[in-house]
Ligand binder design. Structure first.
Ligand SMILES: [Zn+2]
Length: 298
């Protein structure tokens, strides 16, 4: 009996010593996990971001209250599926629809979106293209009498109590990816960075801006021509999202990008592995869900 008591006291003393030595770290570890991720939110449906699985393409839906914003619309063959998915969510109107740049994997499904929903503001860089997919977008805008607006660098626009800031937009770039509209979204104490397919050239030019964001939508499907170390350190994200196909000709996401994110302890979600990633926030905490949606037509 005496031995048992001695052992228990010994164990308790050991626990006490460990706590004295590492208490702060232990507390930090648990509070970090609990404070920011997968806590039960009071209102999980108020603010949501859907990183939609569209294979080797981009499509991000943002909901704040009863307002919706769409950033990019997948490939051409995803268009009808996206229309069906948005209708299933009860969406009839977008406050903002933003085409980051003119590549098919970003504006391919856009003409379907324009034809099927009311759109208050349509944003796209001041760039033209000879490709059919661009002509289809312009024709759809004309048919619906929707104005093609070009937002100014550093301008802001609001979606309820969330605010977008245009960190980059250009029309004179050798590389069409570098005309991408780069947006930061602030919602209460949370922040999100959407980079389109902007490369390191752009990252370098906006390095002095307020890039710090909790969630980074990784540029150019995780390509090694974006996500420079300097940029990632300035953004300092807790979470990263990569929109990419299981099989693609570009070796996206690049191992170097994944390695950098890993070294910075960034928790990374990928549409090829996770499907559609749905983030909810109350402006302080995050709740992530991964779901299967019928939106990837590859
Ligand atoms: Zn792309």
């Amino acid at each position: 009996m005496k031995n048992l008591i001695r052992n228990i006291i010994g164990i308790l003393l050991l626990i006490l010593l460990i706590y004295i030595a590492y208490g702060t770290e232990i507390k930090d570890y648990f509070s970090k996990e609990n404070k920011h991720e997968n806590v039960v939110l009071n209102d999980k449906d108020k603010f949501k971001i859907y990183f939609i699985d569209v294979g080797e393409a981009d499509c991000t839906l943002i909901k704040n209250g009863n307002e919706y914003t769409l950033i990019d619309a997948g490939n051409n063959h995803d268009g009808l599926k996206l229309v069906d998915y948005f209708k299933s969510l009860g969406i009839t109107k977008f406050k903002y629809v933003i085409a980051t740049h003119l590549h098919e994997d970003h504006i391919g499904g856009m003409d379907y979106i324009i034809k099927n929903f009311d759109i208050e503001h349509y944003y796209m860089p001041d760039v033209t293209s000879e490709y059919l997919t661009f002509t289809e977008v312009v024709n759809a805008l004309k048919e619906k009498h929707i104005k093609w607006e070009v937002p100014e660098m550093d301008s802001t626009f609001n979606m309820g109590d969330a605010k977008f800031t245009v960190l980059w937009i250009s029309k004179d770039e050798e590389e069409i990816n570098d005309t991408s509209i780069v947006l930061k979204l602030d919602f209460k104490n949370t922040s999100y960075l959407f980079t389109g397919d902007a490369t390191k050239n752009v990252e370098l030019k906006i390095l002095d801006k307020d890039l710090k964001s909790d969630v980074l939508k990784v540029s150019h499907h995780g390509s090694s021509d974006a996500s420079s170390s300097q940029f990632l350190v300035k953004v300092d994200p807790k979470y990263a999202i990569i929109s990419v196909a299981t099989v693609n000709d570009y070796h996206h996401p690049h191992d170097i990008t994944l390695k950098k994110l890993n070294e910075l302890n960034v928790k990374t979600y990928r549409t090829d592995k996770d499907g559609t990633i749905v983030l909810s926030s109350d402006g302080e905490n995050y709740y992530f869900e991964t779901i299967k949606t019928d939106t990837n037509n590859e």
